[in-house]
Design a protein around this ligand. Structure first.
Ligand SMILES: NC(=O)c1ccc[n+]([C@@H]2O[C@H](COP(=O)([O-])OP(=O)(O)OC[C@H]3O[C@@H](n4cnc5c(N)ncnc54)[C@H](O)[C@@H]3O)[C@@H](O)[C@H]2O)c1
Length: 262
């Protein structure tokens, strides 16, 4: 079967963090399928290269590029963005997707784990946006898409760092949106808030309970009765990356199977 390439983001040049697997990889594949050139950045460079090669095999050489990046390191950001800008002849979409979680309630969580989660989930968005702005300015219209979580809007008893970090991403996205608007820039900034999605981020829970029991536990918390698929989130990234969302900025998209409606 021949798959035809769409045009919803034709000409867009997207830089995606945490793209070696999970939601970042799904977003890269979906954006490429709809015509974008994609830069996959990850601390796991082998994984990023593997996904980029798969995308190139489908859509042709030069569709996808891979770059090593630890999103907590400022010097690595400036280098990776510069390299991606050169490889793609511009950057018009930034997807701040890399993120981690660490378990433990407020009494159990170590300061080191708190700092690590805040750094990977929040410093990343600050550094990435700060240093991507010059490329986005040069390639308007631009779109900044930040992966928060439903856990940034609704707290749990055992996720203090994850909750706080994702709430920070939520409001940071809005502040960035207002900055861009005030500057008269055609650069939008929005956040995405998924509930549990079938990616390796669920592995730690699945190791404890087994996949079926873990997924069933999570599904019981979701009105739609099941966890989400990476494509559910990739489609939201696609919409925000495209000009279809040109009047949307400083907003949040909740893809939570109805959790936040309760
Ligand atoms: N899957 C879910 O259930 C879910 C729900 C809500 C929000 N999210 C958010 O979506 C984003 C993607 O989640 P996922 O499920 O794909 O996770 P994942 O664990 O499957 O993938 C995360 C990716 O980020 C990379 N990464 C981790 N630390 C990094 C660093 N310091 N620098 C660069 N890359 C780094 C990893 O190598 C990995 O490729 C995260 O921000 C996560 O918090 C996920």
């Amino acid at each position: 079967m021949t798959v035809t390439r769409g045009v919803r983001v034709a000409g867009k040049k997207a830089f995606i963090t945490g793209a070696a697997q999970g939601l970042g990889a799904a977003a890269a594949r979906r954006l490429a399928q709809e015509g974008a050139t994609v830069a996959l950045a990850d601390i796991n460079i082998d994984g990023a290269r593997r996904v980029a090669a798969e995308i190139d095999a489908v859509w042709g050489e030069g569709t996808a590029f891979a770059f090593p990046l630890d999103v907590t390191k400022e010097a690595q950001w400036t280098f990776a963005l510069e390299e991606a800008d050169a490889a793609m002849s511009g950057i018009s979409v930034l997807v701040n997707n890399a993120g981690i979680s660490r378990g433990g309630n407020i009494e159990q969580l170590s300061l080191d784990d708190w700092k690590l989660v805040m750094s990977v989930n929040v410093d990343s968005v600050f550094l990435g946006t700060k240093h991507a702005m010059k490329y986005l300015r040069a390639n308007e219209p631009g779109s900044i898409i930040n992966l928060s979580s439903i856990a940034g809007l609704i707290a749990a008893h055992n996720s203090p760092a994850y909750n706080a970090s994702k709430a920070a991403v939520w409001l940071l996205s809005k502040g960035i949106a207002l900055h861009c608007a005030k500057q008269g820039l055609d650069i939008r900034s929005n956040s995405i808030h998924p509930t549990f999605i079938d990616t390796p981020i669920l592995d730690s829970l699945r190791q404890i309970f087994g996949k079926d029991e873990a997924d069933a536990k999570l599904a019981r918390q979701i009105p739609l009765g099941h966890i989400g698929e990476p494509a559910d989130i990739a489609n939201a990234v696609l919409y925000l990356a495209s000009d279809e969302s040109k009047f949307m900025t400083g907003a949040e998209m909740k893809l939570d199977g109805g959790i936040s409606a309760m």
